[in-house]
Write a protein that binds this ligand. Structure first.
Ligand SMILES: C[S@@+](CC[C@H](N)C(=O)[O-])C[C@H]1O[C@@H](n2cnc3c(N)ncnc32)[C@H](O)[C@@H]1O
Length: 359
């Protein structure tokens, strides 16, 4: 027998090891990559993809999956990114469909791969989302015996006679965790998540923008503004950091300060929601000096401590229209911070600068 044609010696097996148990090293490497890479943020993914061809291919596939759904299956329908302006395929942030307490450091989230151990943790989180039914921070104890709420079994859209009779019409607008009606109740429109076609489109001047991807009828619910709930002290700290980042690089923050005037007219509740690191697709809604095409409503489900900022269509909105609202009055709030941003809303009444809150 020719020495070149000699068979290589059989691979040594450990006791009890079957031939079918041996996974080729490349397969094992690929499996590990598919388990680990979906947990990485965009910068980490880019760094890893430069190390070898296999990781570059896995990263490419993850990137294209990520660009197909900013909402990572947390919403009823996917919300894709569209970019014909530069080379950013998607924006990286952690997705939450509702307000959550501030988290430091931000958690990791599985994104971009169809199935695996990470997708199970996403599934568990999704189940807890539907369990909580978007009530927000609650005043109702675990047993469901609410401080407020009703025993209704059926309510009309936008109206529950128990909430009105209890003298709570100014405070609670939707049924919540203390109510007897179920999640199918028609007085829980904003708790059911996003049901209109949307997409996130890149603009040269404004960065990412939220667009309608279908006709949205006047009054239809779009989404709520979800993110981390911050104390005012933490909001001020973060705003300083964001201002500094913005002065050295292109950086878009999404920290919103909301003031709720309570029925007495005297007290004012201040809510700071930061969607910069953890948020939902509302973080892509840009400012328009003419008020835009969205109306904002502070909605509180019965039993909830804090209201939620919800966006509705202020008029019929056509597919391919950008969604926008007014961030505030530029003449009142714009004076205070030096670091002003140019407004590119394009409306005929544009003030030239973006409103900025002195947090
Ligand atoms: C809540 S984010 C909106 C999404 C943002 N465009 C992005 O790329 O992530 C707010 C930031 O968007 C930009 N922006 C919003 N409205 C704008 C406008 N009318 N003109 C220019 N930039 C705008 C500013 O950088 C602002 O700080």
């Amino acid at each position: 027998m020719d020495s070149n044609a000699r068979e290589s010696p059989p691979k040594k097996r450990r006791l009890g090891e079957e031939a079918s148990d041996i996974i080729p090293a490349t397969d094992l490497f690929l499996r590990c990559a598919n388990l680990i890479l979906p947990w990485l943020n965009s910068q980490e993914l880019a760094a890893v993809s430069r190390t070898c061809k296999t990781l570059s291919l896995v990263s490419k596939s993850l990137t294209s999956h990520r660009s197909l759904d900013a909402a990572r299956s947390f919403e009823n329908i996917p919300i894709p990114f569209r970019n014909s302006v530069d080379s950013h395929p998607y924006a990286y942030f952690i997705y939450t469909p509702f307000q959550i307490p501030a988290s430091s450091p931000p958690p990791r989230q599985w994104w971009g791969a169809a199935a695996g151990c990470g997708s199970e943790s996403t599934r568990a989180y999704l189940d807890s989302v539907s369990e909580r039914r978007r009530f927000g921070v609650s005043l109702v104890d675990e047993s469901g015996e609410g401080m407020c709420g009703c025993q209704c079994e059926r309510c009309e859209e936008g109206y529950c006679k128990c909430l009105a009779f209890a003298g709570m019409e100014e405070i609670a607008n939707e049924c919540g965790s203390g109510c007897g009606c179920g999640s199918d109740c028609s007085n829980r429109v904003t708790q059911k998540g996003i049901s209109v076609g949307l997409k996130i489109v890149r603009d040269e001047k404004k960065g990412w923008c939220l667009y309608a991807d279908q006709l949205i009828k006047q009054g239809q619910f779009i989404c709520e503004y979800a993110g981390e709930l911050l104390t005012t002290e933490e909001a001020r700290k973060r705003q300083n950091v964001y201002d500094k980042l913005r002065s050295t690089q292109s950086f878009a923050s999404a920290l919103l300060v909301i003031r709720e005037h309570l029925p007495s007219g005297q007290a004012c509740l201040r809510i700071n929601i930061d969607a910069t690191r953890i948020g939902n697709i509302a973080r892509f809604i840009n400012h328009s000096c003419d008020g835009g095409n969205l109306s904002t409503v502070l909605l509180r489900s019965s039993g909830a401590l804090l209201p939620r900022l919800c966006f509705f269509a202020a008029r019929d909105i056509y597919a391919e229209e950008e969604l926008s609202f007014s961030y505030g009055d530029v003449r009142v709030t714009g004076e205070n911070r030096g670091n002003k941003l140019n407004c590119c809303c394009g409306s005929s009444c544009c003030f030239g600068t973006l409103p900025c809150e002195n947090t």
